[in-house]
Write a protein of this length. Structure first.
Length: 215
């Protein structure tokens, strides 16, 4: 099972959602993202939010269509996206995709990226991707991973979100590394490229943000 979550980020930054509408996927709406899903021809299986970003008329339409509507007060400890992601993780899917989670307010974007850290720390193996029109973002803990060349997103960057990344090795890249130490704040691993159809990256300690980007 794949769970696709659509937040309330700018619509012009969304990829074509139809490309992610597999038979084994379900759609989850978050706040204004619920209305965007409905107007795009998708029926959310469940929706989360305080719905302070929709009009009364739009909320009425949402309430008519969505049978599982989780409404919350604006004054709460978690963001709407965190509530939706927590629910999604409880379903133990094979993959979770976050859309509408970048662009617009920077505090929301940084918060959404940080939401990806907790599952890594907890050792949860579910793949979680944050996707917009130009980027795919995910986080990884220590290990060895294979990455495939993406024609439409040729750049790949590695950004530390822990104080230290130890023994980072990049193979099959334009700028390879071998057992390199990277500290938080370093830009050493920005805008690399694969020179083969596949490459690998590995490290022994820390947490990395991996960003696949188009030009």
């Amino acid at each position: 099972m794949i769970i696709n979550i659509l937040g309330g980020g700018p619509v012009d930054l969304l990829p074509d959602l139809n490309n992610y509408n597999e038979k084994n996927s379900i759609w989850v709406g978050v706040d204004r993202g619920v209305f965007t899903l409905i107007r795009s021809g998708f029926r959310p299986a469940i929706a989360f939010g305080d719905f302070d970003s929709v009009t009364n008329g739009e909320l009425t339409e949402i309430e008519t269509i969505v049978t599982q509507l989780k409404k919350f007060k604006p004054e709460k400890d978690e963001t709407d996206m965190e509530l939706a992601l927590n629910w999604a993780l409880e379903q133990k899917p094979d993959k979770i995709r976050l859309f509408g989670a970048s662009g617009g307010r920077l505090d929301h974007f940084f918060a959404n990226v940080q939401l990806l850290i907790k599952p890594v720390l907890a050792g949860i193996e579910t793949e979680i991707l944050l996707i917009d029109h130009s980027n795919v973002i995910y986080l990884k803990g220590p290990g060895r991973y294979q990455v495939e060349k993406m024609i439409d997103k040729k750049y790949i960057s590695f950004v530390p979100v822990s104080l230290n990344i130890n023994k980072l090795t990049l193979e099959g890249f334009k700028y390879p590394l071998k057992d390199c130490h990277i500290s938080m704040g370093s830009t050493l691993c920005i805008s690399n490229e694969l020179i083969r159809d596949y490459g690998t990256f590995s490290f022994s300690e820390g947490i990395l943000i991996v960003v696949r980007s188009s030009d």
